[in-house]
Design a protein around this ligand. Structure first.
Ligand code: NDP
Length: 453
């Protein structure tokens, strides 16, 4: 059978674009279908605008701190409308860059919503496209039905389009999005309350990071409500009521729903190929990113494994190389470094102390906790905390955890050392770069404790 294309990709986000370009570079005829803007969540509604808002929040800190360094500056005031206009222009520019990249790679962009239509067929409106390979790269979207009534609240999508910030806000959830936006909004002048059901935010992260994150959020003036997710949210005039159990009710003019994201697998015709999403809505894939339907592959958030942009991109490129290149490749999803862009930021690579202890191996823990010189000079209270988890038997560094200024920049580099199998002795014989915070990672000599076997 003659096909229209060699590969049809559903979704022009980071993963879909990376896979399509790589496939085209290998000589494949590729179509990519997108119903919204080109660029996907990360570029348009996630990582990129979020980090631009983090920079805005950081300037507030910098202006205040500058006084301690001798600058005479007026009281700062943040204008969300100004940021929003600049952000809109920047995301438009980035969308243009993505379109050019597709064009340059001779990938055909088909605008519209795609639906699988049986083997090798995809429908976009009335048009039918055919290919031997179809890639699902449709990403994920905020969950809007986690709590009764929460659908009326804003999600991160709407937050990033606000023209003015509310005076007070409740944030529901204690994951990446809740922690990052709580930290930013508080610095931008919003009175923030966080409601989450665990004892600490950031379930799954190392306890040192979770405890420190809670302390830093509190130090930023955020009111923390652990163990208290609302059972219901109710609209009340222009605002909302949170039903918190024990007849407690709190009212807020604005509420952020940060209760997680769901794979975009509904409405794309999976049933026409007998693909059954799991309970969370994820498309199951095997180790080579194949679904249960022959010729249909999936990458990134729609598979709901490690929902991070670099994972989707790496998977897309590996899949394209495997399908159309000379070498079959797989992506190793172990020990992926990730960051939480609160202020100060968190960065981590490798398992938490609790996860390593549960594996039953003997672990040596090295920790440090200090006030960085930039803070000490002005009497600031923000601290930096670092942790190395070392496999006692092999001396291999299994994990690096940090909260403090520049943590993501530092830990990204250390992730290379971990990937290369660095031992604690390798860290010890690395000379320090002074004066930096990062040097503490090569200066930790005395273990805080030994755990396990
Ligand atoms: P997360 O999965 O990180 O956190 C969801 C939060 O919502 C958790 O605290 C969870 O609580 C809570 N929650 C879920 N359901 C309910 C409920 N019914 N009632 C009350 N609380 C609930 O999701 P996010 O939305 O923060 O982020 C989505 C994903 O996007 C992340 O997992 C990450 O993969 C990605 N992301 C990555 C970023 C980065 O790399 N810096 C930044 C932002 C997002 P509990 O812990 O108790 O289950």
């Amino acid at each position: 059978m003659a096909y229209d294309f060699d590969l049809i990709t559903l979704g022009a986000g980071s993963g879909g674009v990376a896979a399509s370009r790589r496939a085209a570079m290998q000589g494949a005829r590729v179509a990519i279908i997108e119903g919204g803007q080109v660029g996907g969540t990360c570029v348009l509604r996630g990582c990129v605008p979020k980090k631009l808002l983090m920079y805005a929040a950081q300037f507030g800190d910098a202006i205040r701190e500058s006084r301690g360094y001798g600058w005479a500056v007026a009281e700062p005031r943040f204008e969300m409308a100004h940021w929003a206009a600049t952000k809109a222009a920047e995301t438009k520019r980035l969308e243009g860059v993505y379109r050019k990249l597709l064009d340059g790679a001779q990938v055909t962009l088909v605008e519209g919503w795609a639906k699988l239509d049986g083997p090798n067929r995809v429908k976009v409106g009335d048009r039918v496209l055919t290919a031997p390979h179809i890639l699902l790269a449709t990403g994920s979207a905020p969950i809007r039905d986690s709590i009764p009534g929460i659908d009326a609240c804003a999600t991160s999508d709407e937050l990033l389009d606000l023209q003015a910030l509310p005076p007070r806000a409740a944030l529901i959830g204690g994951g990446y999005i809740a922690v990052e936006f709580a930290s930013m909004l508080a610095r931008l002048g919003v009175e923030v309350s966080m409601f989450y059901r665990d004892r600490l935010p950031l379930r799954g992260f190392d306890d040192m990071l979770r405890t420190a994150a809670a302390a830093e959020l509190q130090a930023a003036g955020i009111s923390l409500h652990p163990g208290s997710a609302p059972s219901r949210v109710q609209r009340a005039g222009e605002g909302f009521l949170l039903m918190l159990g024990d007849d407690r009710v709190s009212d807020f003019p604005w509420v952020l729903n940060a209760t997680g994201r769901r794979p975009n697998s509904a409405g794309i015709g999976l049933e026409s190929l007998g693909i059954q999403p799991d309970q969370a809505g994820a498309v199951p894939v095997n180790e080579t990113l194949g679904t249960t339907a022959p010729g249909v592959h999936a990458i990134g958030d729609v598979t709901n494994r490690k929902n991070l942009t670099p994972v989707a991109i790496a998977e897309g490129r590996a899949l394209a190389d495997s399908l159309f290149g000379k070498v079959k490749r797989q992506v190793d999803l172990s020990d992926i470094a990730s960051a939480v862009f609160m202020l100060p930021p968190i960065a981590t690579v490798g398992p938490s102390e609790a996860q390593l202890t549960a594996e039953g191996r003997a672990i040596t823990v090295f920790e440090t906790d200090f006030r960085p010189m930039k803070q000490a000079f002005i009497g600031g209270q923000e601290r930096t905390r670092m942790k190395l988890l070392v496999d006692t038997a092999s001396d291999r560094v299994r994990a690096v955890h940090m909260i403090g200024a520049d943590a993501p920049e530092i830990v990204q580099s250390l992730a290379v050392a971990l990937r290369a199998g660095a031992t604690k002795s390798d860290f010890d014989r690395t000379l320090a770069m002074h004066p930096t915070a990062a040097e503490e990672f090569v200066l930790m000599r005395e273990p805080s404790r030994q755990l396990g076997a």
